[in-house]
Design a protein around this ligand. Structure first.
Ligand SMILES: Cc1ncc(COP(=O)(O)O)c(C=O)c1O
Length: 419
């Protein structure tokens, strides 16, 4: 058996469809962000940080918390005190006061009984859903069509029966719920902010359906925590329904700028996952310094109302400019602005041209991350991007999109677009 040939054939097929991925090494300098250096051939230049001149527009460090001086000091101090690694799983010497404090902080932040931390939000989703859906006999899962891979993996891994409803389509969801016996256990799995579109979910309608059909609710707030709701508590809190969701999932890696993930729920559910989820139990716990930095970051993020307002004002300004320039984008009131190129080839080309001619770095997003023929440049605006930076970006995009080649594509597209 030639195993390598099997691997190579699949890679060739993937590449021939244009889905090959390349990763760009970036130095996200703390003192100059969003300006930085990428892909410099000269190592010496890189070290001396001369003239960072490339603007990054696609970071998920939404509030620049990975560069926050207080968070950095906290992390360094804890490393000096207790070292780098945690030294074990949570069960075997890998629980420190920093882990406990972070779980307490998260429960308080979401005003819930308990919280549980994981090494990433991917792991949190995957292992929580797999565990729940394996252990509740006969449970039927209802999952949004655009749910993140970590949610899908968790559901699939459990082998529970699953119905996929059309994205944010409550009528479709209700018809699927109604087709199951009312006494059968059920769980609705969805996200509060779909990050590739930047659109929010009307959570209270899901809760109404969950109550009517006797279903649990599992809400991924990964792209929302830190940014929406009072103190950044998320979209469910913003909509006044946070306490009605059974399990909320979040990340420490985006709005809070560190790494790791978590769930919050009542203490029985948290104890259940803590006791039975392999992805929680059988892995080394996060670095104590990361746990401490995450607690510090949450404490600061709660106070960042001005930064949140600033991001939304800038995003609104950017959308207005895009509309005036007839550049197709997906409209919303969030901090994420996806510019549509539709074809993967064009998304890659635009990304390349932006870097080459304008020193602008935006990673192209394409299948399988988003559905086929909906490739895009996903732009995220942080407090450190200025209005002037937005003007420069819009002008560059305008030049790209105004060539005949691109106009033709905009005309031929039938995607739901503004402009
Ligand atoms: C909706 C959603 N859930 C979960 C995750 C996983 O988060 P993490 O990066 O903390 O693993 C992501 C990652 O981007 C995501 O987009």
């Amino acid at each position: 058996m030639n195993y390598n040939k099997i691997f190579q054939n699949q890679l060739n097929e993937f590449k021939s469809k244009g889905f090959n991925r390349t990763f760009t090494p970036i130095y996200r300098y703390q003192d100059t962000f969003p300006f930085t250096k990428i892909d410099l051939p000269n190592e010496e230049l890189l070290k001396t940080k001369i003239n960072p001149d490339t603007t990054i527009w696609c970071s998920n460090d939404y509030l620049n918390m990975s560069h926050n001086p207080q968070v950095i000091d906290t992390m360094i101090n804890v490393i000096k005190e207790v070292g780098t690694g945690s030294g074990g799983t949570r069960n075997i010497s890998g629980t420190t006061p920093y882990h406990d404090q972070l779980e307490k902080k998260l429960a308080e932040f979401h005003i819930r009984e308990s919280a549980l931390i994981f090494t990433s939000a991917y792991v949190a989703n995957q292992t929580t859903l797999a565990t729940l859906c394996k252990r509740i006999k006969n449970i039927h899962v209802f999952s949004d069509q655009l749910n993140h891979a970590s949610l899908i993996e968790g559901i699939k891994n459990s082998r529970a029966a699953c119905s996929i409803f059309k994205h944010n389509d409550l009528t479709h969801l209700e018809s699927l719920l109604a087709s199951q016996n009312i006494s059968q256990p059920k769980i609705i799995v969805f996200e509060s902010l779909y990050s590739m579109d930047g659109t929010k979910t009307d959570i209270k309608e899901y809760i109404k359906l969950a109550k009517k059909y006797n279903a649990l609710t599992y809400l991924d707030e990964v792209h929302a925590v830190g940014l929406y709701g009072e103190g950044g508590r998320g979209v469910a809190q913003e909509q006044g329904v946070s306490q009605d969701i059974d399990i909320i999932n979040g990340t420490l890696a985006k709005g809070f700028g560190q790494i790791g993930g978590y769930i919050v729920a009542n203490s029985t559910i948290i104890n259940f996952i803590r006791s039975f989820a392999p992805g929680f139990i059988f892995t080394t716990s996060m670095m104590p310094s990361v746990a401490a930095a995450a607690s510090k970051s949450i404490e600061i993020v709660e106070t960042l109302d001005n930064e949140r307002r600033d991001i939304f004002n800038k995003a609104k300004y950017f959308r207005q400019k895009l509309q005036l320039a007839a550049i197709p984008f997906i409209d919303s009131d969030s901090h994420i602005v996806p510019i549509l190129s539709y074809s993967t080839t064009k998304a890659k080309l635009y990304s390349k041209l932006l870097l080459k001619h304008y020193n602008i770095y935006i990673q192209p997003i394409f299948y399988p991350t988003v559905p086929k023929d909906t490739a895009r440049l996903r732009i995220t605006i942080t407090p450190k991007h200025s209005m002037k930076d937005i003007d420069i970006l819009t002008n560059a995009l305008k030049t790209l999109f105004s060539s005949e080649f691109k106009k033709e594509e905009i005309r031929s597209s039938n995607h739901n677009q503004v402009a």
